[in-house]
Structure formats: C-alpha cells, structure tokens
Design a protein around this ligand. Structure first.
Ligand code: ARG
Ligand code: ZN
Length: 467
C-alpha cells in the first residue's frame, strides 16, 4: 500500500547487477526503465540498494490471502518440511503494465491465474516464468498479463506453489524466513526472507493487509499476525487456523509459525487483545523467565503509550518457540522469540510496533531508526522499573563502545551485512538519548534532526548537540 512507483529509485547496485546480465532475467524483464514505455514491465526490484531484487516495481499490493498447508519434518533429524500454498494477491497497478513480478525463493510455482483466467507457463508475453538464481540472489516470478493493466486498475492474481522447506539463511548466515524446526516452523523474515514462503512484493514500503489460513497436522498450532478468526477447524487429521491481520504490514513482519504451542489470552489497556503462544518445549528457567516477561506486556504497553501515543495495532502478544534461531523479531502484533522471552527483549519488540512497524524507514540502510529506538526503549523501561537510569545506561554503553572501539561504522548506512550489528543498536540508542537529553558525546553521532529517510556522515570532531 504505497502511492509511489519505485522503479525510479532503483539503486546503483541494482543497475550494476542488471548490467552484468544477471543470469536468467532478460534485459526487458529487469530494466528499471520499462516504466517509461506505454505498457511496461514492472521492475524486478524496488530500489533498495542493499537488496536490489527484493520488491518489484509498478504495483501496490492491497491484500495477501495466504492459504498454506504445512507438514513439519517427518524425521526430526532431517529438518525438511513440506509446504503447499495458494496466494491470492489483490493489487493496484501504479503504472501501465503488461507484466509484473513477485519475489519467490526456493519454491515451485504450479499454476497462476489473473482475475480468474489461467495463465500458461512459458516465456511468452502473456505467460508466467520463474527464475531461481541463488548466486545473484534473484528469485523472481514474472507474470505476463493477457489483459493489460492500466495505472490505477486493480487485479487479483492467484499463485499455486509449493516444495520442500529447509533452513534459509540471510546474507550474514543467520537463519531466517520459513525456518523448519523439528516440531514445526519459526517464521521470521527480516530483512528479505518473506519470499521463502509466499510470492510477495518484498518491499518494506508496500504495506498490505493479510489473511492466513494455515493447515497443519491435527495437534499442531499455527499462529500468525493479528486476530484469530473463529475456532480452528479439523478435518481428516488436519487442522486449519485462520488469522486476519487488518493493520497494513510490511512483508518482513508477517509470520505463520507452527509448533506445539499453548495459547493464552490476556487483555491490555483499552481491552487490547493479547494472544501468547508458548511452545510446550520451553521449560524450566526459560519458561519461568518467559512467563514473567509476558505478564509485563500490559504494563509495558501502558508505559509506551504514555510516551509515544496509543498502541498502533489491533492486537499484541508473543510466539515463543523452542528452536535454535537465536534472535527475536518484531513481527507485527505478535513478536517471535527464540528459546525464551526475556523482559528487555519483550519491551524492545513492543517498542518496534511504534518504531519500525507503524512508522517505517523507506530504506534498510536507515535501520538504526528501528533498532536505535527499540534499544533506547529498553533503557527507558529499565529506568521506569528502577533497574538503572537512562543516564547510567548511556554512560555504560558509551564506555563499552569506547573500549571496543566501535565508532567507525556509519550507522546511518552500515552496509547490508551490518544491519543487525551491535553498533546500530547501541549507537542508535546513544544518539537518541544524546538528542533528547541534549548531552554531547565526544564521538560521532548522526546529525540532529535526521529524518527517516536521510543519511548522515558521522562527524570526526567533538561536538555537543545543543541547538
Ligand atoms: N529486528 C530484530 C530485533 O532487533 C533482529 C533481526 C535479526 N535478523 C536477522 N536476519 N539477523 O529484534
Ligand atoms: Zn530490534
């Protein structure tokens, strides 16, 4: 749901990759210039310099309806599951189009239809074709349109697809996307993992609403974003869980995690529904820590609402999985935690609902605006609950950054593989405290007044931020 056409923002890296003749995509399909033709091809990337082929140009997704059937690994020693999906994608063209792309990685398309009419497989202008190029990180489904779409027109495209699920890795080697686990799947997409489980315009600026129908073996629980819609329905050994996410959401914030979860329900301020899913495999000290942290959610929501305005979405909660992914993600309305949820992480992921999810940076290089705020919010909560003052946490953080000499990175453009570096989090939080408290550090901070979409060059000179 964005009003912009982003073909013109295609970054230099994308242009270079395309010029290099990235295998399998012909120039006409990939060209960022196509938008100028009377009827063009929606570009195969949406302009993020770090992930040139993530997202697509020429259209704006309004709604994803994802019908998934998932069989977790039959042999827990071999972490491979089976996923079959039908995605029904409602979109609006932002330019005249004779074809468009979705991102889809590692899964095979079996059928496509546009507004109820079958599209054939092939490389002709009104056919569909798939490119899977791991080396160049190009995973594209191109759909030719027999009836051209004019700018402003809507279309509904249905894609049937499926295949084996594994344990995808991001550019840093961390697990992400549809991560197959022994008892299900932990699904965390940041930054470009959504295409590992559905065809998508994987551009954080193209927010959309989602419906999820997730069918899993009877006894398993599937949890997605938003609110559950009716009771799960069981038929012939399979149970279908339906979730509706009515708040527009970036694709990296979607989840459809599957496990041996126990669901619990609570209420936050103003009756906000809180739905928690904790894996039965979480036990002992991890379970004690998790239960205590999740019990604080209503208080945390009240605290942050008082600071930043009303909680922005229709629901909240948590998914706590017993897996080895090893990090949490702020999946919209329902963060996912790995192994256990602790208090600092829960308030961090809650903070992201305001900073990152509701208000979002246009480009991934501005990630410090998510992570700096979420880390700063950990400091604010610790002060609020009498654990440590913000001033002390700032001082300690700066001392640690000093001792490890972590001031060299430009956190306003840290590089693709440093998106989740400690500097981005800690220097981001330190920058926000410095701006708020008008204290100087002797070290580089982003410019005061930096916008969500700005870059800043760190200063080499000592400075104060008083204005
Ligand atoms: N945004 C997440 C958090 O701060 C971290 C995501 C890390 N993702 C990754 N692919 N390494 O809670
Ligand atoms: Zn974070």
């Amino acid at each position: 749901m964005t009003n912009q056409t982003r073909t013109r923002r295609l970054g230099a890296a994308a242009v270079a990759l395309m010029a290099a003749g990235a295998a399998g995509i012909n120039a006409a399909q990939a060209s960022p210039q196509d938008g100028t033709a009377r009827y063009g091809h929606g570009a195969a990337g949406s302009g993020d310099p770090y992930f040139p082929y993530a997202g697509n140009g020429g259209y704006d997704v309004l709604h994803y309806d994802l019908d998934l059937r998932y069989a977790p690994p039959s042999d827990p020693a071999v972490l491979a599951g089976k996923l079959a999906g039908e995605a029904t994608i409602t979109l609006r063209a932002t330019q005249d189009l004779n074809s468009l792309n979705f991102d889809l990685r590692g899964l095979n398309v079996t059928a496509v239809d546009v507004d109820g009419k079958d599209v054939n497989r092939g490389s002709g202008p009104s056919e569909w074709t798939q490119v899977q190029d791991d080396a160049n990180r190009i995973w594209e489904l191109t759909v030719g349109l027999r009836t051209k779409l004019k700018a402003g027109q809507e279309a509904t495209i249905t894609v049937d697809y499926g295949g084996a699920t594994g344990r995808p890795e991001d550019t840093t080697g961390a697990l992400y996307g549809w991560v197959t686990t022994a008892d299900g799947a932990m699904v965390v997409n940041e930054p470009d993992g959504a295409p590992t489980w559905f065809p998508v315009n994987d551009d954080p600026e193209d927010k959309a609403t989602y419906s999820f129908h997730i069918t899993v073996p009877e006894g398993k629980t599937a949890v997605a974003n938003g609110l559950s819609e009716g009771e799960p329905k069981t038929n012939a050994g399979w149970t279908t869980w339906t979730w509706e996410a009515a708040d527009p959401m970036a694709s990296y914030l979607a989840t459809a995690s599957v496990g041996d979860y126990t669901l619990t329900y609570a209420k936050g301020p103003h009756g906000l529904p809180i739905i928690n899913a904790v894996d039965d495999g979480v036990a002992g000290a991890d379970l004690a820590k998790t239960t205590a942290a999740l019990a604080l959610q209503p208080r945390m929501i009240t605290f942050l609402s008082d600071l930043f305005g009303r909680y922005p979405f229709e629901a909240f909660g948590a998914i706590v999985d017993d897996d080895s992914v090893d990090y949490a993600l702020e999946t919209q309305t329902r963060p996912v935690y790995s192994g256990a949820a602790d208090e600092a992480t829960v308030v961090h992921e809650l903070g992201h609902q305001w900073f990152g999810n509701d208000v979002s940076p246009a480009d991934l290089k501005d990630i410090w605006l998510n992570e700096g705020w979420a880390t700063y919010i950990e400091w604010l909560w610790a002060e609020h609950t009498g654990q440590a003052t913000v001033a002390q946490q700032f001082t300690d953080t700066v001392a640690e950054l000093d001792s490890k000499n972590l001031w060299g990175m430009n956190i306003a453009d840290p590089g693709r593989d440093n998106l989740f570096a400690a500097e981005v989090y800690n220097r981001g939080a330190a920058a926000l405290h410095a701006l708020r408290a008008k204290v100087g550090t002797r070290r580089s901070l982003p410019e005061p007044g930096i916008g969500w979409n700005a870059t800043a060059t760190p200063r080499q000179q000592p400075q104060t931020l008083n204005r």
